[in-house]
Design a protein around this ligand. Structure first.
Ligand SMILES: *Cc1c(COP(=O)(O)O)cnc(C)c1O
Length: 385
């Protein structure tokens, strides 16, 4: 058999630190490697697999659309795109939507829309925030390791401490175009935003003529127990960035556009692949599946159980357990890499969020019995550590 790992090591960019297994198949919340070993998946495609791997409804929609029409730029209208735009607006209550291909592109578009709509240039983002790796989204991202090699970045960005409402006062000003925030910081360590922080941010944006951009690339589509995580709080964003689980794991991004954004002039932004019928068909099937199977509610119920069970694990290694819905973080007093490796040995895949936080993003269709196994294994791994 060809050696997958050797092949990739020879030809890949080298940008990724990879684990030494080759994943070749999935079903629901289970994955299999090339040697046939089975895993419980709490990586969940880094948040792209909310409806589970190889979801039959989405697979069928993609297959049917692939045989009908794959490419159709937005210079034409399209049946799948029309229905998806309607569906996204129906489930969010937003009046309009822009379609693109990834999370970073959604953030890039939201930043451009905010500058266009306000005629101002300053963007305020949060420390530990993550918004993507293209130059605009990267300028809003906090982590030095991602930013420093690529400076100078886009001018006009600044970062404020997360969850410190008093720090917003000075940062959001008359020349601010937008404040960008995740409702639960994902890459930054699974940190839920406080209601107080979000309300203050919204108030200051309204007062000073700035727009509120919520990055729901990771928290959207049921992950936190609501369709969108901002719905846990009494706020109303002006722009909402979406991607990851929007199309059942198929690459797609979107920006929900609120009334305050006003008219966007034709031609100032766009994307060749944005709104292509294949991605739209996948997204329609995926959203229908989430609604039909009440996945946000399922995430709420399973997540409550899971976070409770995590917080009952007795281990001197654990500093804190936090999360929202089925987005869970376990902060250790030391680096998580060896423990993630031990989990993998035991058939559980999880991911880091920074150096000391273990992050669990299982598909929302995961069986309760599988979550129980995750707890058992974690208990063992953290005890032996
Ligand atoms: C993953 C992520 C992004 C970037 O998405 P890509 O599709 O990798 O470009 C942006 N924001 C948040 C909150 C994310 O979790």
């Amino acid at each position: 058999m060809m050696n997958i790992i050797e092949l990739e090591n020879q030809y890949t960019s080298g940008l990724y630190t990879k684990r030494p297994i080759a994943i070749v198949r999935g079903k629901g919340a289970r994955l299999w490697d090339a040697e046939g070993k089975e895993y419980i998946d709490c990586v969940g495609g880094q948040g792209a697999a909310n409806i589970g791997h190889a979801n039959p409804a989405v697979a069928a929609a993609i297959a049917a659309q692939a045989q009908t029409l794959i490419s159709c730029p937005e210079m034409f209208y399209n049946d799948r795109r029309a229905l998806l735009e309607q569906r996204l607006c129906e489930i969010s209550g937003f009046p309009r939507v822009f379609l693109c291909n990834s999370g970073t592109e959604a953030n890039e578009a939201a930043i451009k829309f905010a500058r266009l709509a306000t005629g101002k240039s300053q963007i305020v983002a949060c420390m530990r925030g993550f918004h993507g790796r293209t130059m605009g989204a990267l300028s809003a991202t906090w982590e030095k390791k991602y930013r420093e090699p690529f400076e100078p970045l886009v001018p006009g960005f600044q970062h404020v401490p997360f969850n410190r409402p008093e720090a917003l006062e000075e940062a959001i000003r008359e020349n601010t175009a937008a404040f960008v925030v995740e409702i639960v910081q994902g890459e930054g360590g699974v940190n839920p935003a406080s209601t107080e922080f979000l309300i203050r941010a919204e108030q200051l944006c309204r007062e000073r003529g700035a727009l509120l951009i919520v990055d729901e690339v990771q928290t959207g589509f049921g992950r936190t127990g609501k369709m969108f995580a901002y719905q846990h709080h009494p706020i109303r964003p002006d722009l909402v960035c979406l991607a990851k689980s929007i199309a059942g794991g198929f690459p797609m991004g979107a920006v929900l556009i609120g009334e305050a954004v006003g008219e966007l002039p034709p031609q100032v932004h766009g994307s060749t692949f944005g709104g292509n019928p294949l991605a739209c068909a996948a997204a329609l099937a995926s959203i229908d599946y989430m609604l039909a199977h009440h996945l946000p509610q399922r995430a709420q119920e399973l997540g409550t159980w899971f976070l409770q069970a995590l917080s009952q694990i007795q281990s001197p290694l654990i500093r804190e357990v936090r999360g929202l819905g089925l987005m869970a973080g376990v902060e250790l007093k030391q680096k998580v890499t060896p423990y993630l490796q031990a989990l993998m040995q035991e058939g559980v895949l999880a991911l880091p969020a920074g150096l000391t936080v273990m992050r669990f993003l299982p598909p929302l269709v995961i069986e309760p019995a599988d979550l129980e196994i995750v707890i058992e294994v974690l208990q063992r791994v953290l005890r032996e550590g």
